[in-house]
Design a protein around this ligand. Structure first.
Ligand code: NAD
Length: 369
């Protein structure tokens, strides 16, 4: 169950993504790492709590950079006002800045030869996202994108159940995500955040793709975008190449709390989750044994995400989400905006073949850490 405020290893974090995860995540591949967190705002706090929940063999060392002197330096972080100085000394760069700055910072980290983890959405256009991916490839550094919903327990549980094959093929998928309008002004500026489709709905677009594969057509509506202070809602219908249909609603109008829900109707059963329920997920098929979970319940999704992506970035280990997935989700989110603007169905721009992410199974992930 998500909650508004939670204690994460002693530090108070207030945000929808802050949850009371009690147990540390044990990893053996993350040792003595110097992590450079760029952007010390809201999501950086969740990342730092996630990094700290990783029970690594050696303590992690945190370095931080922010362009604003108003951004407080989190405890335990050594601040560098000069980005180049930070890039010179860290092993891994964790980009937690507003979306409009992602590509420039990814390229700067790559030029310094440092592997990069970047928050979603990767960029504001497919062309820029492709440019960032190619820039990192040319520099020989790894680029990973944090699409953290792939690490939230109910979604992980549903995917593990789905991966058994017992539920058959996905047919009609529904996703819901609603929270308050973020307070930072740049979120309300579509030119800088991408708006609700790129910032919020992208989580469920990624889920829809993870369950049902590539999206070939998008029809969408957006409301509440035409005045200051208005709280947008979005509705999208995605048609997958398989013929499955996804129905996604996203809203920034919820006045209190944050909630998510899904209903994955497959040919042999239905998987359901709703944060308003006491039970986080309902399995329709109690006869089905699940594949191994990469993390035990109670672990922080951010810790799990960061440990897995750090392993991928530093050692080439498998991760459940790749840059191609991030570009594909962005492309569908941009199609949502275009469809809402034109009133027409839109075909999302395809991800270049060389950037498509490989399929990673739960067996591939077992023993990653
Ligand atoms: N995964 C999730 O669930 C989730 C949740 C919230 C935000 N996000 C994403 O995280 C990113 C940051 O969001 P936030 O809520 O932390 O924003 P924020 O505004 O709270 O914090 C961003 C910080 O970056 C700093 N900054 C801006 N430009 C910079 C630059 N060029 N170099 C260094 N610092 C810079 C700002 O001064 C600010 O302190 C966004 O892309 C957002 O979409 C993801």
């Amino acid at each position: 169950m998500l909650c508004d405020s939670a204690k994460v290893k002693g530090s108070r974090v207030t945000a929808w993504w802050a949850v009371p995860w009690a147990r540390p995540l044990l990893v053996d591949n993350v040792v003595a790492m110097r992590i450079g967190v760029v952007g010390l705002g809201g999501i950086a706090r969740a990342h730092l709590a996630g990094w700290r929940a990783i029970d690594s063999a050696e303590p992690l060392e945190f370095h931080g950079h922010d362009v604003s002197s108003e951004a407080a330096t989190p405890e335990g972080v050594t601040r560098h006002d000069d980005l180049a100085e930070l890039l010179g000394i860290v092993d891994l760069v964790d980009i937690c800045t507003p979306t409009f700055s992602h590509v420039e910072l990814i390229k700067a980290a790559a030029d310094a030869g440092k592997p990069v983890l970047c928050e979603k959405p990767l960029a504001l256009t497919v062309a820029e996202a492709v440019e960032a991916a190619r820039h990192c490839a040319a520099a020989g550094v790894s680029l990973q994108v944090g699409q953290v919903v792939r690490y939230f327990p109910a979604y992980v549980a549903a995917h593990r159940a789905f991966a058994t094959g017992a539920y058959g093929e996905p047919a009609v998928l529904r996703f819901r995500r609603a929270g308050g309008m973020p307070r930072q002004p740049w979120f309300a500026d579509e030119e800088r955040s991408g708006g609700i489709a790129l910032d919020l709905m992208i989580h469920d677009i990624d889920q829809a793709r993870w369950f049902a594969g590539d999206v070939v057509r998008v029809h969408a509506h957006l409301k509440g975008l035409d005045g200051p202070g208005l709280r947008p809602h979005a509705l999208a219908i995605l048609t997958h190449a398989s013929g499955a249909i996804s129905h996604i609603t996203s809203s920034w109008a919820l006045q209190s709390g944050f909630g998510t829900a899904f209903e994955i109707a497959c040919t042999q059963g239905i998987l359901e989750h709703d944060t308003r329920d006491v039970a986080p997920i309902r399995f329709d098929r109690s006869d089905v044994a699940l594949p191994p979970a990469p993390a035990a319940p109670g672990q922080s999704p951010f810790a799990e995400e960061l440990a897995e992506l750090a392993g991928a970035a530093l050692e080439g280990r498998p991760a459940r989400v790749g840059v191609g997935d991030a570009i594909a989700a962005l492309s569908v989110a941009l199609a949502v905006r275009e469809s809402a603007r034109t009133g027409r169905a839109v075909v999302p721009e395809a991800v270049p073949d060389d950037l498509r992410s490989p399929t990673v199974s739960w067996d591939d992930l077992a023993g990653v850490r």
